[in-house]
Ligand binder design. Sequence first.
Ligand code: SAH
Ligand code: DHB
Ligand code: MG
Length: 222
Amino acid sequence: MSESQLWHDVDDYFTSHLAQDDEALRAALRDSEAAGLPHIAVTAPQGKFLRLLAEIQGARTILEIGTLGGYSTIWLARALPEDGRLVSLEYSARNAEIAVRNIARAGLDRLVEVRVGPALESLPKLADENPAPFDLVFIDADRVNNPHYVEWALRLTRAGSLIVVDNVVRRGRVTDTDDTDPEIRGTRAAIELIGSHPRLSGTAIQTVSGKGHDGFALARVL
Ligand code: SAH
Ligand code: DHB
Ligand code: MG
């Protein structure tokens, strides 16, 4: 058996016992696939992990950067109370349209707002609205901008908020200082910013999953 088949099988096993998807989540993936969106949503166990993190945090407000078809959005929004709020920023109008449908089918449209456009344009507009500080920020978009997203997350949160950055390992490329790929450079810059910022305490965890060798960073705002 190939290693990646093994990782898939383990994910399937954990999913079936711990992170069961329901019709709304299955439909979200099905419609995303039918629309030709790439298969880059979080896995079900990762989605459940995000939900648990938001629940442990007692999150009432969540900011997501990178919606795609709304799969991670649905997992996260399920952690919110009735009067909670999740704002998700998505570059592509087409992805956002699919996400909005998926989120509505999951019965979460009262809680979730998807904003279309480059996140670096949406974030200053959001800040101008003086929103209540976000309790959790999930960064999962264009990694070249990850240091900027971490900076914005700091402006939009409070002491005790959590910041999660997805895809910080990329099959180990993160350690390659010669890698000139702007996405790898952005990832390294974000990790080094979290490590050096006086208002952040963070770590990063490598993962294997059906999606290969990757990982996420988690930081707490001080
Ligand atoms: N969080 C999703 C996956 C997101 S994939 C999930 O796990 O289900 C990354 C998404 O970020 C894509 O939909 C892509 O269109 C979006 N994106 C890329 N660049 C962006 C930008 N500058 N601003 C906002 N979204 C961006
Ligand atoms: C990939 C995976 C992700 O989780 C993501 O947000 C973007 C890309 C990938 O495997 O290429
Ligand atoms: Mg991701």
